[in-house]
Design a protein around this ligand. Sequence first.
Ligand code: F6P
Length: 376
Amino acid sequence: MSKTIGILTAGGDSPGLNAAIRGVGKAALGAYDMHLVGFRDGFRGLLQDRHIAFGPADLSGILTIGGTILGTSRDKPNKMPIGGKKIDMRDAMVEVYNKHHLDVLVCLGGGGTAKNAYSLMEKGLNVITMPKTIDNDVAMTDVTFGFDTALGIATEAIDRLHSTAHSHHRIIVVEVMGHNTGWLALGAGIAGGADVILIPELPYDVELVAEAIRQRSRRGSRFSIVAVSEGARSKEDFQKLAEARAAVEGAEDKKERKKAKAKLAEVEASMTNHTLQLSQQLELLTGLEARVTILGHLQRGGTPSAADRLLATRLGTACAHLIHKGTYGVMVAARGDGAEAVPLEQVIGKRKTVPLDHPWISSARNIQVCLGDALT
Ligand code: F6P
C-alpha cells in the first residue's frame, strides 16, 4: 500500500523551505507513489487540522520562492498557548495524524522543531526532521538550508556599507542575526571584509575593539566596519548573564526559581539594545562618528541561493527515500556531498556553536580582523 506523508514547516521561516517541500514531495509522489498532506502554520495547523493535499501541480513553481508556502509558527505541541495558558495538545495532534492515516510526519525546522517532533515521537508518531535555519546552529549536520542565502544577503549588506562608512569616515556597526551562535556574523564578516567581528562564542572587551579601530585610524583608515552578532556580548554582560542563569539553575525551590527567572528576564531586557550601546561606546572611545545598521529579518527574506536549493533538494529527496525504506525518528543531516539519517536523540537539546579552533576564526585573526578578545 502506498504511504501517506504529513509535512509541516515550523520555527522562523528560512529560504529553501519550499525547495525542501518540493524535494520531498516530487520524490514521494513521483518516485515512490506516495501521498503528501501539508499542514499549515507549523504544529498549530496540525492541531487544527488545517491541511492541503498536495498534487504534482502544487509542487511546481515553488523552488525559487522564499519563505514557506505552508506558513509557520513557533508553537510547541506540549505547550500550546490556548486561552492564556500553555497546554499539552499532543494527544489531539495524534488524533489528526491518525485521521489522515499518516505513516510519518516530516517536520522542517531548526533545533526547537527537532525537539518538538521528538515530543510527538514520544506519543508514538513516526517523525522525520530536516535541518533548516539561517543560524546554522543545528547539531549533527554539516550545514542547514537557509544559511547560505542569509550569508549572501549579510555579506552584500556589509559590502555596501563600506562605501558609505569610507565616505563619511565613520564606524558602522552592523548587527547580523544568528541567535546565540556566530556562524552568520563570522561568515559574512569575513566574506564582506569587516574590520571587527563580534560573536557570542567570544565575549568581547570594548576597550580592545576601540583600540583596534584607533589603530586603523593611525594607519590611515579612518572608517571601520564592525559586524556584530545579535547574540554577542561584552565580557561584563556575559558574566552578568552567566550569573543570572546559574541562579535559575541553582534555585532550590519554586519561589526562589521564580525570583531568579524574573532577575534573568531583567538582565536580558537590559541588553536588548546592546548593538546601539556598543556603537555609542565606540563613538565615545574613538572620537569617530558611529552608525548602526540592524539587518534583521531582511536576512531571511527572498529567493534561496543556488547552494540552498541544491541542499534542500538533496535532503528532501533523501527524506523521501528514508520514508520509502521505513526509517523514522531521525533527522536527515547533510554529510559531505550526501545525506545521513541521525537519530533524533543525538540532535535534541544541543546547539552547534562556532568551535574556537574553527578555521574561520584562525583565518580572521590571520588577516588582522579584531574578534574583540585580543589586539591583532
Ligand atoms: O532562528 C532564526 C532567527 O532568524 C534568529 O536568527 C533570530 O534570533 C530569530 O530567528 C528571530 O525570530 P523571530 O522571527 O521570531 O523574530
